[in-house]
Design a protein around this ligand. Sequence first.
Ligand code: PMP
Length: 354
Amino acid sequence: MSRYFSGRFQTLTPYTPGEQPQERRYIKLNTNESPFPPSPGVMAAVQEEAKRLQLYSDPECRALRNALAEFYDLAPEQFLAGNGSDELLNFAFMAFCDEDCPALFPDITYGFYPVYAGVNRVPFREIPLEEDLRFSLEKLESLHGTVFLANPNAPTGLAKGREEIERLLRSRPDSVLVVDEAYVDFGAESVLPLVSRYDNLLVIQTFSKSRSMAGARLGFAAGSEDLIADLNTLKYSTNPYNVNRMTAAAGVAALREDAYYRANARTIMENRCFTAEALRKLGFTVTDSKANFLFACCSRIGGGELYRKLKERGILVRHFTLPRIDDYVRITIGTREEMEALLEETAAILEEQS
Ligand code: PMP
């Protein structure tokens, strides 16, 4: 830290992203990317748009917001595009939390939430998950603050149904509920259709996972026109051209080729089912994940050790050195071949242990 770094941030612990190794090729099952390339239309749109890189992108992202509005049957004013959903989550912490309105989220969830609270200097409270890593939304009903709910949750993959979330919305009409649906396309229920009915609901989604665009950085928020206007105030106060030309064009093309992405999501769900079953046969406990990853632990080997041994064998998974989940690894679901390689190496590692 330099001696010039503002005192405001001296105790800030930044987010640690998953490894993105550049030196060696791994089977990469550590950052929940899609194993499938973008669709042909997306690649063509990027190439075409690259011809106009000398011009700023449309700060209003009109073409993309119109396409989102048509796709989800809402109004363009109910959408805001972001530089990844991370940017929009940051805006939501900035917009809807302060000294009098803390952020509320589970103690085990997306690791960026406490960082956003920290960088925006807003208080937060972590609500403990149950012993089995499930989250009881009832615990939130009597608490004051803005709730951030990853659904499915990360890294557990456990999902809440629409009715339960709707009950929470109704029980707290004066507080905003932010539902982070980064992984919703892999078998969970989206609450996006509810944004016209509840003016306290903000839904945030990403093109990084089910739409194979992690490297393009595109997310969007959907909510009432008023909530979206608040986020826009912050966007225009930080970075009006937050979504670059190629990414915005890629987003429009991806929505057009939805059938391709839906088929890929189905394949990932099948591979998830196959991998979970095989891991259970090897003695693992695996959560009932509705995301493109599994969260698994085995009494025969610690999470950190399994992570290291898999890495030695060319497979990257994610391990979190956090109190309640230290025994677990999070495994992104890849192609069938990648999952077979993971299972083979895992079985060999367990064999070595005994
Ligand atoms: N929310 C959750 C729960 C995530 O796991 C991620 C991916 N790290 C994000 C949001 C951010 O995704 P992106 O910024 O790539 O849209």
